[in-house]
Design a protein around this ligand. Structure first.
Ligand code: MG
Length: 343
């Protein structure tokens, strides 16, 4: 008998197979403008951008944030990826019997803070409690709706290309790939705290709401695609975009921002930083004419200070990494996330 494995939830190839072969197969969409089967960051129906996420991160409190902040930001960022502004949010929480009330309230307070920063209101929800051991601590699900950003139409006009939403399938050869800052901090902060490796003094999660940053990019114009590089890291996100757009992508190792402490931790633990999840990083596909301008606009925002153009879209089928010494290798999507339960 086939059974669910941890890798089925880890954001890599195994999860992709589970979603396609079981979930998409059973949920046929007829009305959605951007349907489930597009497997984009959000769906669109009647102009409403819609997405949901469950959060099972362990430990629930980690350097740089907690499950509450993560739950709000993760969902806000998936709405923003389409070029939309989040409007309202629902949350469902499953809590383990015995979970300290004080910690519960701390989680709620950080959800409220993140929601306020993102300009989204939490307007409905549900709570369930399960017996001790039924789950560990708490699971937080967030669902959000958003509407088209006021800058989205002018963004496309400036791009000089026909498009509506920023979809993974919109990349074309010549487009540049921009990231808003350092990779792999979230995954390393989580594993360090969980396993007691001791990097947490120097590596802090990047969890942040990126809708404000997205607005700045759209205002500049020329953005054609965007994806938050969560589970499976930039390796997974870039491969998804390349596959759906039927293009290749080349990225340059030297231009990818990474903190020294995070890189040292990756080397020590034998982990590939490209496959490690982020919670405050977005990959933007931008027309080559507008790439420098969008980069400048992003760098002015507090979550984009270390932004870089890390690569470009080419003809082909693969994501290729050009290393510091000039060698080239295929950057594949990970099979499963090397660090489970980071979000
Ligand atoms: Mg996403």
């Amino acid at each position: 008998m086939k059974r669910i494995q941890l890798s089925h939830g880890a954001g890599g190839k195994e999860m992709g197979k589970l979603i396609k072969e079981y979930i998409v197969k059973n949920f046929k969409n007829n009305k959605a403008e951007v349907p489930l089967e597009a497997l984009d960051d959000s769906a669109v129906l009647d102009g409403i951008v819609f997405t949901t996420d469950s959060h099972t991160v362990q430990p629930v409190f980690f350097p740089g944030g907690d499950i509450g902040k993560l739950a709000v930001c993760g969902t806000v960022n998936d709405i923003a990826c389409l070029g939309a502004t989040p409007v309202a949010m629902a949350t469902a929480m499953v809590i383990e019997e015995g979970f300290p009330m004080e910690k519960f309230e701390e989680i709620l307070k950080s959800m409220a803070m993140a929601a306020e920063e993102a300009g989204v209101e939490i307007i409905t929800g549900d709570t369930k409690v399960v017996e001790r051991g039924g789950i560990k601590d708490i699971v937080v699900t967030t669902t959000a709706i958003g509407k088209e950003s006021r800058w989205l139409k002018s963004n496309w006009k400036i791009a000089g290309r026909k498009g509506k939403w920023l979809l993974d399938s919109m990349l074309r050869p010549g487009d540049k790939i921009i990231i808003n800052g350092c990779i792999a901090d979230h995954g390393i902060a989580i594993i360090s705290k969980r396993e007691g490796y001791g990097f947490e003094g120097s590596v802090v999660s990047d969890v942040a709401p990126l809708n404000g940053l997205m607005e700045e990019a759209l205002k500049e114009g020329g953005v054609v695609a965007a994806k938050d590089a969560t589970r499976g890291g930039i390796a997974n996100a870039l491969n998804e975009m390349a596959e759906k757009s039927k293009v290749g992508i080349i990225i340059y190792e030297d231009s990818i921002p990474i903190n020294d402490a995070t890189l040292a931790a990756c080397e020590m633990l034998g982990l590939d930083p490209y496959s490690i999840g982020n919670e405050g990083k977005m990959l933007f596909g931008v027309t080559k004419e507008k790439a420098e301008d969008v980069l400048k606009a992003i760098r002015k925002h507090k979550y984009g200070k270390k932004a870089e153009i890390i690569g470009e879209v080419i003809e082909g089928n693969y994501v290729i990494l050009e290393t510091s010494v000039g060698g080239r290798r295929i950057l594949d999507a990970p099979i499963g996330d090397p660090i489970p339960r980071i979000c």
